[in-house]
Design a protein around this ligand. Structure first.
Ligand SMILES: NC(=O)c1ccc[n+]([C@@H]2O[C@H](COP(=O)([O-])OP(=O)(O)OC[C@H]3O[C@@H](n4cnc5c(N)ncnc54)[C@H](OP(=O)(O)O)[C@@H]3O)[C@@H](O)[C@H]2O)c1
Length: 388
């Protein structure tokens, strides 16, 4: 029996991780659940999966959960905020942590999991964007299993199984291209939040859906892949693959290209990470290739989607540039969703921040967190300037 903690249990990744757990009660038991403010769903999850630890984002939400669970007859510790998250990550009986928190919120808990010696099924790509080198050093030092959940990284991880990394020629990340793949560039200024939140292939949380519409998500994945697989950026390529059936590929020295294909269903990479190295029923439907007909691939348009190029540029600049990329994007996406800026200003803010904010030393976790906070505050204060 594997004891699992799910950070972000009420989100897209968390809900689908619990779907997989539900299919395999003989294999997995839920030790801890941590979520933000969706107390109604969290209550249902606690009643169904009986964790011994649960955490919410604030004391107020934790109090409401306690009231709702007054008659619950299993031992349960209910905490909140950073300490609640920490306990749900490091408790002794936890074998594997699912990192499904969004953005920078997932950084410190991911380090806590690794430092506590827990295996980590990581969805939060921002951890590797903000702290790639330090995080991978910590993973190696602690000797834990880091299992990628992002479908592209899981595909690459699977293609690399049984092969020598020294034989890898190229990593080829696939991207659906998002909802505005075929929209003429001038029309992108008029895109509404509702339109940007409608992904053509995947059903995900708001931040990652928005990032898919700007192709920033693919840029973040380029940085993620660079650190996860220790491959330099010039050997990581992106291709647009609108059907989202081929989840990424690896080319080897002899010219062979291995790809991982499957339904557009996050339960596949999640189940692989939860049961690794076994393969278990994920609940996903089989792909019908005759029904699909054609799988197509083409180059991304980095002029129309400049944030993909910005991610390569941030990697080339090195140091703390990826922290600026990530923090500026988090604020810009919030501004767009809050109706303060048009869609095409998201890229403007991120690129202007990369040009204007000098790199700072960010080698320890403390330095990384404080530089992220500095950039976030600066972009929040000066966004009208950065959006020009
Ligand atoms: N969704 C996907 O298919 C997918 C695919 C690949 C990678 N990823 C990555 O996985 C991560 C999560 O994405 P998602 O789509 O699952 O996000 P999401 O649907 O927005 O879910 C986020 C989860 O985190 C919780 N949360 C947010 N802030 C929190 C805080 N401060 N403390 C505790 N809990 C907090 C939310 O709680 P409440 O809702 O209760 O407030 C929710 O449970 C992202 O880094 C994303 O890039 C996602």
């Amino acid at each position: 029996m594997k004891n699992i903690s799910i950070l972000g249990s009420t989100g897209s990744i968390g809900i689908q991780a619990l779907d997989v757990v539900r299919l395999h009660p003989d294999r997995f038991s839920v030790s801890a659940l941590a979520a933000g403010a969706n107390v109604e769903l969290l209550e249902r999850q606690v009643r169904e999966f009986s964790p011994s630890l649960v955490s919410c984002s604030t004391e107020k939400v934790a109090r409401e959960l306690k009231t709702r669970l007054a008659g619950h007859n299993r031992p349960l510790w209910i905490g909140h905020s950073d300490e609640g998250l920490r306990r749900c990550t490091v408790a002794e009986d936890i074998d594997l942590v699912v990192g499904g928190l969004p953005g920078s919120a997932g950084l410190v808990p991911a380090f806590a999991a690794v430092e506590a010696g827990k295996d980590l099924a990581l969805a939060t790509k921002e951890v590797l964007v903000m702290a790639g080198r330090l995080f991978m050093d910590t993973v190696r030092q602690e000797g834990i299993a880091l299992l990628p959940v992002d479908s592209e990284q899981s595909a690459i991880f699977q293609c690399l199984e049984g092969h020598r990394k020294s034989h890898v020629k190229r990593i080829i990340l696939t991207a659906s291209g998002g909802p505005f793949r075929d929209m003429p560039a001038p029309e992108m200024a008029y895109v509404t939040p509702a339109e940007a939140l409608k992904h053509p292939r995947w059903k995900m949380g708001p931040k990652v859906t928005l990032d898919s519409a700007t192709l920033m998500n693919k840029g973040l994945e380029v940085v993620e892949a660079r650190w996860l697989f220790d491959v330099p950026p010039e050997r990581i390529e992106v291709v647009i693959h609108p059907q989202s059936i081929c989840h990424s590929m690896v080319e080897f020295d002899d010219g062979s290209v291995l790809a991982q294909l499957g339904a557009t269903d996050m339960r596949i990479p999640i189940s692989y990470a939860l049961a690794y190295p076994d393969r278990i029923d994920s609940g996903a439907e089989a792909v019908s290739f005759p029904l699909l007909g054609a799988l197509t691939f083409h180059e991304p348009d980095m002029v129309k989607f400049p944030l993909l190029k910005a991610a390569y540029d941030a990697l080339a600049a090195g140091g703390s540039a990826p922290i600026v990329l990530n923090a500026a994007d988090e604020v810009a996406v919030d501004l767009f969703l809050g109706g303060k800026i048009p869609f095409d200003r998201i890229a403007a803010i991120v690129m202007n921040c990369l040009n204007a904010i000098p790199c700072a030393p960010a080698e320890t976790l403390k330095e990384i967190v404080s530089f992220h906070e500095y950039v976030t505050e600066r972009v929040r204060a000066d966004w009208p300037e950065f959006a020009k």
